[in-house]
Design a protein around this ligand. Structure first.
Ligand code: SF4
Ligand code: SF4
Length: 163
């Protein structure tokens, strides 16, 4: 009788559990620790310093400012957008963010059918600096008045010493 090579192995494997993961049919396996996946942006922590934009080598994150609707003159609404289709997940933006407003999550399930599915966005409100209490002209007048008063006081003091 001719030998049937691998028959034993075939029979053993027939009753073995699969070594592969039934994905996407099954549950998505967890990412490895410290995996750098989809970016999460916490706009409430951001101070709009712009460092993240400067260190992003592929320029996949942008900040676009527009006047704040219903705000005071000079108030701005800044939209942050991180494009996951060109992000290299290097983590530089998160490393350089002093406010820890950016994190790279363990989410690797980045699928979509339109470009917007791959964008992570957030809005930051930048208030205009408060208006100065006095105009430059008023400040100059106040300074001149203070100097005149000081000089008059010095003159009066000198006159009193001579008397
Ligand atoms: S996310 Fe961080 S680094 Fe980027 S502008 Fe905001 S505070 Fe600055
Ligand atoms: S992880 Fe890297 S490539 Fe992606 S947005 Fe941040 S700096 Fe840019």
């Amino acid at each position: 009788m001719a030998k049937l090579p691998y028959l034993g192995t075939a029979l053993t494997n027939l009753f073995r559990k699969p070594v592969t993961i039934a994905f996407p049919a099954g549950e998505a396996p967890a990412a490895q620790p410290a995996y750098r996946g989809r970016i999460a942006f916490d706009a409430s922590k951001c101070i709009n310093c712009g460092m993240c934009e400067r260190v992003c080598a592929p320029s996949c994150m942008t900040r676009v400012a527009k006047p704040l609707e219903g705000g005071e003159p000079g108030d701005q609404e800044i939209t942050f957008t991180f494009d996951m289709t060109s992000c290299t997940f290097c983590g530089m933006c998160a490393d350089f963010c002093a406010k820890k407003a950016i994190t790279l999550t363990e989410d690797y399930m980045m699928t979509g059918i339109i470009a917007e599915d791959f964008l992570v966005t957030g809005k930051v409100i930048k208030k205009a600096p408060p208006k100065p209490k006095f105009t430059p002209e008023q400040l100059a007048a106040m300074k001149a008045a203070a100097e005149a008063k000081k000089k008059a006081a010095e003159a009066a003091k000198a006159a009193a010493q001579q008397a």
